[in-house]
Design a binder for this molecule. Structure first.
Ligand SMILES: O=C(O)[C@H](O)[C@@H](O)[C@H](O)[C@H](O)COP(=O)(O)O
Length: 227
């Protein structure tokens, strides 16, 4: 658990952490991939990371999950990443979005899977967020494919998700793909999320608070938090 003073400090510490994971993997394999979350929290971290000195031309960036909307929508995570991360030095990175023009994530899944095939797997780093309901990625309570998505032994890498509180249909990397990353981080900000995390650390079904599937996995997780 990395407890920082404020959002700017979290952005710097998390950018250091992610940059180290990417640099180590490029040094080993000549290329690396990063999956980031959308939502409100990551903007500052994206901007900080975009200025880091990394071999960005050898780095592919994708999303942990996406809302099935056009990139012109304010709700598009791809739009957020292009605006705040794929710029400055990171403009040289290859960005692979998780959505396309298909009418639904179910219809678009095959093409997204194909686009993801070229990435260097496993991920060098995945950065997760967490919602007030205990969701992470698009692992939403009540999601129609939640159990498959959070099965650590599942064989799918990418899955469509429809859930009552998700806003719109979603597409998401699955738990085994996230857990296979060299480095896994959880980025949460604000007092309101502290009790949510505490509750998630208690006993109870992972389907009620899907972040539990990540917290209970037998692998290191770096949590970055500020009030
Ligand atoms: O597309 C999304 O909604 C995200 O990837 C999602 O999993 C997010 O990380 C959490 O909902 C936290 O969102 P906030 O940062 O907005 O609180």
């Amino acid at each position: 658990m990395h407890e920082l003073k404020d959002s700017a400090d979290v952005a710097r510490a998390l950018a250091d952490h992610v940059a180290a994971a990417l640099a180590a993997r490029v040094a080993r394999d000549g290329m690396a991939s990063l999956a980031v979350s959308g939502g409100r929290t990551p903007t500052r971290f994206f901007e900080e990371l975009s200025t880091r000195d990394l071999p960005w031309d050898k780095i592919a960036v994708t999303l942990v999950d996406e809302r099935w909307v056009r990139e012109t929508s304010e709700r598009s995570n791809a739009r957020l990443v292009r605006q705040h991360l794929i710029r400055n030095k990171a403009a040289a990175a290859k960005f692979v979005p998780l959505a396309n023009d298909a009418p639904s994530p179910e219809a678009g899944l095959f093409a997204v899977n194909e686009a993801l095939e070229d990435l260097p797997w496993p991920l060098a780093c995945a950065v997760l967020g967490m919602g007030d309901d205990g969701h992470t990625a698009s692992f939403f309570p009540g999601g129609d494919h939640l159990e498959e998505a959070i099965d650590p032994d599942g064989t799918l890498g990418l899955i469509a998700m429809n859930a009552p509180n998700a806003g719109e249909p979603r597409i998401t990397l699955t738990l085994p793909v996230l857990l296979a990353a060299d480095s896994l981080a959880l980025h949460i900000e604000g007092e309101a999320k502290r009790p949510v995390l505490a509750q998630a650390m208690e006993d109870g079904p992972a389907t009620d608070m899907p972040i539990r599937a990540v917290l209970r996995a037998k692998r290191p997780l770096d949590i970055f938090w500020c009030p």
